[in-house]
Design a protein around this ligand. Structure first.
Ligand SMILES: [Zn+2]
Length: 420
């Protein structure tokens, strides 16, 4: 079987990233946008800003949902990438539980080599190290230095098949390779899979965790479509992807992280049998209509409806001279605010926790400044939009406890205003 192209050059991508079919249909056009984590300094506001097409398309042949433009990796994952998993408590807790679950579920013996691709600040690997594993992180951005400071062995680089050969020589084969929330990201997908294929021990497991297409569609999470997320996975296209290599998806189930993800287990060898859980998940996808056009037409109509209601609320608040501000600045809020058309006239600032690396910078596109969240309690704005709406419960409870009286606005999956 001839393997399709899985390593993509920057630029327009007129074919499917899994099966290479050209039968792509448009799901949603989010306009031209700047990479969502390229926040700007005050000085950069005097310079032009590069934007790229952001379109969500679907392959009619294998069902993959993807974007059809690849931004050069060095522009998306610039070295100052302002994101650390360890600073969000929910995420740190999630990673900790994940490390314990995986060691148990995959029967990983003590002192095995565990590799995390896209290891960020080493939060996940710390959990494996505590359980007596040898750990190695691969992280291209400067966030790697936080991991190294904390004693987590980390190579600051992109993971490629070439790097995998080098690791193999120095450390041997890995019993467990993890790729959480990054497997949908890289343009060099083929190189990563070939690297995993070589580095994984015969009885080893490759675990992927990624945002799940069914959650994106059902909960209208179109704000998770941005240039870093080249692909939005469902199980059928993932099975097809690994079938081109000496690897098989053997198990998968849904987990709650990032507003709904799938945890996928991949083992060595072709055509390995699927678990009952995996078969059920695929049946659920078919039942939901994930492989038919109709569900995507409904999705687009609902997105337009929520766009109108959020924009109208912002404009009405401005007309009444009410303060309408944002809280938390996850990458996805750039997609949301740029697409809906909310600028700094309508939303004067976005408040972030004091440890955030985004403070003092400006949102790409609409240039809304990111400021420390103590301002909320002093200013008591009329409306606070919870931009990390997929975590709205703990966030709103915390802000209330600290004395914020604003009405909370949840922008999605439908506009909700909470005054309690
Ligand atoms: Zn396809």
């Amino acid at each position: 079987m001839k393997t399709p192209v899985h390593d993509f050059e920057p630029g327009h991508l007129p074919f499917c990233q899994v099966c290479n079919s050209k039968q792509l249909e448009l799901v949603l056009d989010l306009g031209h946008q700047a990479p969502c984590d390229s926040l700007l300094t005050a000085a950069q506001l005097n310079e032009p800003e590069e934007t790229y097409p952001l379109r969500m398309v679907r392959c009619r042949d294998c069902g993959l949902v993807q974007i059809d433009y690849v931004v050069d990796g060095s522009k998306v994952y610039h070295r100052e990438y302002p994101y650390r998993s360890g600073i969000t408590k929910e995420l740190a807790d999630h990673h900790h539980r994940l490390s314990i679950d995986l060691v148990k579920r995959c029967n990983i013996p003590l002192d095995s080599l565990v590799i995390d691709i896209g290891s960020n600040d080493g939060t996940l690997l710390k959990g494996f190290k505590r359980q007596g594993m040898r750990v190695l992180g691969i992280e291209p951005t400067n966030v790697a230095k936080f991991a190294v400071e904390d004693g987590i062995d980390t190579i600051q680089s992109f993971f490629t098949d070439k790097l995998a050969d080098e690791i193999l020589r120095q450390h041997g084969k890995a019993k467990l390779i993890t790729a959480t929330n990054m497997f949908a990201h890289m343009a060099s997908l083929g190189s990563v899979i070939r690297g995993v294929e070589r580095l994984l021990d015969d009885d080893g497991v490759f675990v992927i965790e990624n945002h799940y297409l069914l959650n994106i569609i059902e909960q209208l999470q179109y704000d998770s479509i941005y240039h870093e997320h080249l692909r939005s996975y469902a199980m059928k296209p993932l099975l097809q992807l690994f079938s081109y290599y000496d690897l098989s998806v053997v198990d998968a189930y849904r987990v709650a992280s990032y507003g709904g993800s799938i945890r996928v287990f991949v083992a060595k060898g072709r055509n390995r049998p699927a678990s009952a859980g995996l078969s059920n998940l695929i049946a659920e996808e078919h039942q939901a209509g994930l492989y038919d056009s109709a569900i995507y037409d409904q999705f687009r109509a609902k997105v337009l409806q929520t766009k109108r209601s959020l924009y109208n609320l912002a404009v009405e608040a401005e007309a009444k001279q009410q303060r309408f501000v944002g809280n938390s600045c996850p990458g996805r809020c750039a997609t949301l605010l740029n697409y809906v058309g909310i600028d700094r006239e309508l939303m004067p600032y976005i408040a972030e926790q004091p440890t955030s690396l985004k403070l003092g910078l400006h949102l790409p596109g609409k240039h809304i400044p990111v400021v420390e969240n103590s301002i909320l309690f002093k200013e008591q704005p009329d409306y606070t939009v919870l931009l990390a709406w997929h975590y709205w419960q703990p966030i709103s409870a915390d802000l209330r406890k600290r004395g914020l009286k604003s009405k909370f606005v949840l922008p999605l999956p439908e506009l909700r205003i909470l005054s309690e």
